[in-house]
Design a protein around this ligand. Structure first.
Ligand code: FES
Ligand SMILES: [Fe+2]
Length: 420
């Protein structure tokens, strides 16, 4: 593969090797911004986070401050959150409702579409100054949505979003179909940092191989928490979704609010889970309902959007701040309407496993940070092994590493393309 990145992909010998340098090298880190984050579609937010005209949120995407608004017509706008006057961040709130954003520096005030509404001391400016296109807040070159998932791109020539998402688009649809009432982000944003390279979290997010080892405490705990584990075995497949996106889709013994029952939820719970299942089946048909309700999915949409639909649903993005550190944002997604007890179990499932203080995330963070520290040993000469399952390339298991190879092949291709 790309001489530049040094990845070795040798299907004949069933070997896939990633040089550790790509996790430590400053030049690679900068090249990733240029070749990947500045060119791909990147996740911005979920429609449920901007419920009404006038609502807004601010977020950092690929090192840029973004103001995401809904204007008075209900349309969505992604603006660079930087004042056309002297560049100060215009909106300093995390989220809220407002039709006007006043820059704190000199008081220029903008509407939800970024239009300059007013400025102090207008008499000091030439006629027509306020209407000058250069005095308006700047829109991010591209904004599009797949269902309720909004994406932006800083590359105006990027391919259409649906084309970019390839087969991953249908998986986003599937996660939106859990409820006929729609899905919503609940409980705000979780933010944390990891002292590790961002690609380690990409790999970890759909690594079906590590759970039994890294998360043995969680599995032991469930075994001992009367009825929290059903009899369903852990088994499934790794699936390439095109363009570097991939998913592992598998059955598992834990409960899913939509809709796999475990004895812990009691007989009453069973009645409700069955009812939910029947509704999903009537709406989507038997096959899709079976997948939606019984299968778990850990998906990565290239380069850094994770949607894990497991014992709860998490959306996660992360951007590198240096070769050995990243900032992570995570949200939980749930049906808009759900009974109180089921919502309670969902949130419990989420914080218990996926949250930053749960059983999984701290262990994953530790594994990632330990890898990063390990690379200090001899990063220049050593390779990570990503070859598990290459010997059964046509039917990769969920605990193989085919999904990671899909990511790496695209990562390599994009870096080589930027080089050319
Ligand atoms: S920098 Fe915003 S008004 Fe001057
Ligand atoms: Fe994990």
């Amino acid at each position: 593969m790309g001489e530049e990145t040094g990845i070795i992909n040798d299907p004949e010998k069933a070997r896939f090797l990633v040089p550790r340098r790509v996790f430590t090298d400053h030049a690679v880190f900068e090249k990733e911004y240029e070749a990947i984050f500045n060119r791909c579609w990147l996740y911005l937010g979920h429609a449920s986070e901007l419920t009404a005209p006038g609502s807004f949120l601010t977020r950092t995407v690929s090192r840029r401050p973004i103001l995401f608004t809904r204007d008075k017509d209900g349309e969505y706008n992604a603006l660079f959150n930087a004042c056309p006057h002297r560049g100060a961040m215009v909106c300093r709130e995390r989220h809220g409702k407002s039709r006007a954003f006043m820059c704190m520096y000199h008081g220029w005030t903008f509407g939800s579409t970024g239009n300059l509404m007013s400025l102090p001391g207008q008499a000091g400016y030439a006629e027509g100054f306020k209407q000058d296109p250069q005095k308006q807040m700047v829109h991010v070159p591209r904004l599009d949505r797949r269902g309720d998932f909004f994406f932006i791109s800083f590359n105006k020539d990027v391919e259409p979003l649906d084309e970019y998402l390839a087969e991953a688009g249908d998986y986003l649809d599937l996660v939106s179909e859990h409820s006929d009432t729609g899905m919503a982000v609940i409980g705000g944003t979780q933010e944390y940092s990891i002292r590790g390279n961002w690609k380690l979290l990409t790999e970890n997010s759909f690594d079906g191989y590590h759970a039994a080892c890294t998360h043995s405490t969680y599995l032991d705990y469930l075994k001992n928490a009367n009825g929290a584990l059903g009899a369903t075995p852990l088994e499934g497949a790794g699936i390439d979704l095109g363009n570097g996106h991939a998913v592992i889709e598998y059955t598992a013994p834990w409960g899913r609010p939509v809709a796999s029952w475990v004895p812990l939820w009691g007989e009453e719970g069973k009645v409700e889970i069955d009812k939910i299942y029947r509704e999903v089946e009537a709406r989507l048909g038997k096959q899709r309902a079976e997948r939606l309700a019984r299968m778990n999915r850990n998906m990565v949409i290239f380069p850094n959007l994770v949607v894990n639909d497991i014992m709860a649903i998490t959306i996660r993005t992360f951007f590198p701040t240096a070769p050995d550190s990243m900032d992570v944002n995570a949200w939980t997604l749930a049906p808009r309407e759900e009974s109180e007890w089921l919502r309670k179990y969902r949130l419990f499932n989420f914080t218990e496993f996926l949250g930053p203080g749960g059983f999984a995330t701290p262990d994953d963070v530790e594994a990632i940070e330990k890898c990063q520290r390990g690379y200090a040993a001899n990063a220049n000469n050593m390779y990570n092994d990503i070859s598990k399952g290459m010997v059964r390339a046509d039917a990769p298991s969920f605990d193989d590493e085919a999904q990671m190879r899909s990511f790496w092949i695209e990562w390599d291709r994009r870096l080589a393309m930027a080089e050319a």
